[in-house]
Structure formats: C-alpha cells, structure tokens
Ligand binder design. Structure first.
Ligand SMILES: N[C@@H](CCC(=O)N[C@@H](CS)C(=O)NCC(=O)O)C(=O)O
Length: 210
C-alpha cells in the first residue's frame, strides 16, 4: 500500500494541539489540519484511536509515520525538518539540555501544574516529578540564567515546554513571576507563535504586549 503523503495535524481548538501547530509554523513546512473536536468526543472515535490510542489531541502523521504526545511530536518534527537549527545535532553537547527540557515538559511541568491546580500536592520524594514549588524554582532559575529554556538559542524545546507554560499561565496554573512572564512574552513575540495562537485559540492566548 502506498504511504500517505504529507503532514496531517489532528487538532482541536484551545488544546495542546496549539503546541504542535506552533512547531509546524516555526519549521515553515506545509501541513493539513484535521479537526478532532474533543468537545464532541471525536477523540474517542475508533478511527482516531488507531492514530492515537490515548484518545487525545494532538497527533500527527507524516507519510507512513504516526506520532502523538506533544513533546514527541516536537522532537520528531524538529529532527526531521529543523535538525541543527531547532534541534541540536546528536554530537552537539547542547542536545543534552534540549532533551532534558523536552522530557521535563511532559513528565514534570504538565502533571505537577495540573495536580497543584486541583489542590493535589504529593510529597516530592515519593514521586518521579517532585513538588510544585521545586518545579517553579527549577524553571525560574533556568529562565533567569538564559533567554531560552535550553540556552541562549531558541529551540524546539521552547515550543514544547514554552507552549505548555504559556497555556498554564493562561489558565492561571503557574505564578505570574517576572522570569516566567518575561519568557512567555519572548515566545509570544515570535510570528510563528502568534500565527499558531491565532489559528488554534479562539480567545486571546497571550496578554497584549506593552
Ligand atoms: N500527554 C498528552 C496530553 C494530551 C491531552 O491531554 N490532550 C487533551 C486536550 S489539551 C485532550 O485530548 N483531552 C481530551 C480527552 O482526554 O478526552 C500530550 O502531551 O499530547
């Protein structure tokens, strides 16, 4: 069977699909958007579960390849279309930090902020992700040392982690501290980020600049 051609992003408005959309905009590659309306439960349709067995958005297909989990989508796309620019090369020592923050986005930032917003704070040593206060301190420290999460250059880790951070700030699940707000403003100023927010977020995702 011939492989499907081109990139398709499976998307729902005002969801984590914003992050994958932003990644595609940063790379400037053509893609189709297929809406999977999570408000209507379309993410649990058996046809979509073949693409993402978790029944969540986003997911992405590129030819014969299928990928889901937002940071995995960012890693996949950056390696394929932005290797050496938005993704540090394998031999580049900066790839270590880059991968650290990619995984941190999904394994620490997302679950810890969501749990904290529901007043669930587990003891740091008892979980793989640590406490909310530790997570905020770790992020603030990293972001006060350099402009972007993995160093002085913007990378796909800023899309994966920064996109999640922007959504959490929007939903008031992170503190509006100077380090986090300044970083969010730097990301929001990027034309690709603005295009993705305009295309995927019915309300205003970012506060007006100024
Ligand atoms: N770990 C997943 C989380 C994706 C996720 O939770 N997506 C939400 C929208 S933001 C969703 O599809 N919710 C619908 C549902 O779970 O039924 C990722 O990083 O992609």
């Amino acid at each position: 069977m011939a492989a499907k051609r081109g990139i398709t992003l499976y998307h729902s408005p005002a969801s984590r699909a914003f992050i994958a959309y932003w990644m595609l905009e940063e790379l400037g590659v053509p893609f189709d958007v297929q809406t999977v309306d999570i408000a209507k439960g379309e993410q649990k349709d058996p046809r979509y579960l073949k693409i993402n067995p978790s029944g969540k958005v986003p997911a992405l297909t590129d030819g014969a390849a299928t990928v889901s989990e937002t940071p995995a989508i960012c890693i996949f796309l950056a390696d394929r279309y932005g290797y050496g620019t938005l993704a540090p090369r394998i031999e580049d020592p900066r790839r270590g930090e880059y991968l650290r923050w990619m995984v941190y986005a999904a394994s620490v930032l997302d679950p810890v902020a969501e749990l904290h917003s529901r007043a669930i704070d587990l003891p740091g040593g008892a979980t793989g992700f640590g406490t909310y206060d530790d997570m905020v301190r770790v992020l603030e420290t990293a972001l006060s040392r350099h402009e972007y999460i993995a160093g002085d250059a913007f990378t796909a880790a800023d899309v994966a982690l920064g996109g999640g951070l922007s959504m959490l700030l929007y939903n008031r699940k992170l503190p509006e501290s100077p380090a986090l707000l300044d970083y969010n403003a730097r990301l929001a100023a990027r034309p690709a980020c603005q295009r993705a927010a305009d295309a995927t977020w019915p309300a205003q995702l970012f506060p007006p600049a100024g």
